[in-house]
Design a protein around this ligand. Structure first.
Ligand code: 1HE
Length: 264
């Protein structure tokens, strides 16, 4: 790893152009306070400046136990709104930045922790991971983008159930519910996330930008509008010099063929 740094809340390492950002408050189960959000914002900016993809993971036994409830209990209504809007802003720089983010999940992926994971582009869970939205039990509501992102991932019925009943999902259930894309044995999420990040980092950067920025926006459009926008993005990416070289490489048999299932 190069350029490894450890701040109060976040570790940061760059390996093979992949930034590894570690949530680093294990004694509080990586609960996210106001200053912790700012540390994430700083790490997001650094990764945007120098990395081709990011892996985000949690130090200790859990990915993240969500909002720092100790801090939250003392807030006024307007401070709560400002805090929530700050989470939105920082998580939006993840979701709608220029590089792919992969979250490596283990232990608690709870409340704001699930909201953070939902702002990344691919989620990998190990078998110790569990998923919950205990906001209802705490007398609060999601505030880190969950009503938008988690509801879009798993569907509003599933999210309503989780919030009303405190239902806790295992990694396998979370995969079935479309909240995670990969389930791996305990302890292997970060390595798998790194492998996926490297694969994504090898793509044309403009294609990656289009995937992470256009796809979610097109989901929010009417069908005809989505098709219209798709044509422009498709043409714009295909006519870039990088695309031309990659297309030629395939036609001239210089590019690797797809690995077929069972032949990896
Ligand atoms: C915390 C937090 C936290 C732990 N804020 N301090 N999130 C929740 O409702 C989940 C709350 N946490 C838990 O249910 C459990 O801590 C865990 C299942 C994640 C882990 O259990 P365990 O037995 O390993 O740890 P613990 O003994 O419960 O916690 C260790 C310490 O972390 C303890 O502090 P200590 O000073 O007594 O040692 C806990 O108080 C502290 N801790 N989680 C503050 N979340 C933007 S809106 C999002 C809204 C939400 O995220 S709501 C969901 C909040």
């Amino acid at each position: 790893m190069s350029g490894a740094t450890t701040s109060e809340f976040v570790t940061y390492e760059l390996k093979d152009e992949i930034a590894h950002i570690g949530l680093n408050r294990p004694e509080k189960r990586n609960a996210i306070s106001d200053r912790f959000v700012e540390a994430i914002a700083t790490a997001v900016q650094r990764a945007e400046d120098e990395a081709k993809a990011v892996v985000v993971f949690g130090h200790g036994d859990h990915f993240c136990a969500g909002l720092d409830l100790a801090e939250h209990v003392k807030k006024t209504p307007i401070e709560g709104v400002r805090g929530s809007r700050r989470w939105h802003a920082v998580f939006s720089t993840i979701e709608h930045g220029t590089i792919p983010w992969i979250s490596a999940l283990h232990g608690a992926v709870v409340g704001g922790g699930l909201e953070l994971a939902a702002s990344t582009h691919i989620r990998v869970a190990d078998q110790s991971a569990f998923f919950a939205l205990p906001e209802g039990q705490r007398g609060i509501f999601v505030g880190g983008g969950g009503s938008v992102r988690v509801a879009r991932l798993t569907g509003v019925a599933r999210m309503t159930d989780m919030m009303l009943t405190g239902r806790v999902a295992s990694a396998e259930e979370a995969e079935r519910w479309n909240m995670v894309q990969y389930v791996v044995p305990k302890g292997e999420a970060r390595a798998k996330a790194h492998e996926l990040a490297k694969a994504a980092a090898a793509n044309a950067s403009l294609s990656n930008y289009a995937v992470i920025n256009a796809l979610p926006r097109i989901q929010d459009m009417a069908k005809e509008d989505g098709l219209f926008v798709e044509s422009f993005i498709s043409s714009f990416t295909a006519t870039s010099p990088e695309a031309e070289e990659r297309l030629r490489a395939f036609l001239e048999k210089r590019a690797a063929r797809l690995k077929t299932p069972g032949n990896t």
